[in-house]
Design a protein around this ligand. Structure first.
Ligand SMILES: [Zn+2]
Length: 184
């Protein structure tokens, strides 16, 4: 029996089956997310690299259905979560980053098909079919923040006040604004 997370079908087929998927997989199975985590961790020395970062769990629940009574607008709703290893951009030490994504996606070839008040985000497909795994992968990859920082200063080996002082020395926009004022 195959895992429906890896089935490749059209959104209409998933929706017509009212496909529901519960999954619990390893990050290594999610290529884009794993690539981002790997690139981030590559700045760590080998002795600090968290062992088994690829084996961390990505779990979630997905439900396909239709947004409309005519069954013309397939949708996917669900919730996916993962805790990944990351590097704090302030202290450059490894840390855990929790990612949670609520999915409320509508599959349409034309974004005009989605009404503004539906609450669904239009997900445009490059091809007719999709693999639910790829959607989870892309949604989690997009949820990774550009700069990851320890949320709690106590865990960070470079406290926020030190970082804030160094930030004050970089003021390109203030310099530019002052220059523009003089030009006038
Ligand atoms: Zn830190």
């Amino acid at each position: 029996m195959g895992n429906p997370l890896r089935d490749r079908r059209t959104p209409q087929e998933f929706a017509a089956n009212r496909q529901s998927i519960d999954f619990d997989d390893k990050i290594g199975e999610f290529g884009r997310l794993a690539g981002i985590v790997e690139a981030d961790l590559s700045t760590l020395g080998a002795e600090k690299l968290p062992p088994g970062w690829r084996d961390r769990t990505v779990a979630g629940q997905l439900n396909f259905g239709f947004a409309d009574a005519q069954q013309g607008l397939p949708v996917l709703e669900g919730r996916v979560a993962a805790t990944v290893d990351a590097v704090c951009q302030r202290c450059l030490e490894p840390m855990e980053l929790a990612l949670t994504v609520e999915l409320k996606l509508l599959f349409a070839s034309d974004s005009a098909e989605a009404t503004d008040d539906s609450g669904f985000e239009v997900w445009e497909l490059d091809e007719e079919t999709l693999r639910p795994l790829d959607i989870v992968d892309e949604a989690l990859a997009m949820a990774v923040p550009l700069a990851v920082l320890h949320e709690n200063d106590e865990n960070c080996s470079r406290p926020a006040d030190v970082a804030d002082e160094s930030r004050d020395t970089i003021r390109p926009f203030a310099a530019l604004k002052s220059q523009m004022e003089h030009d006038n």
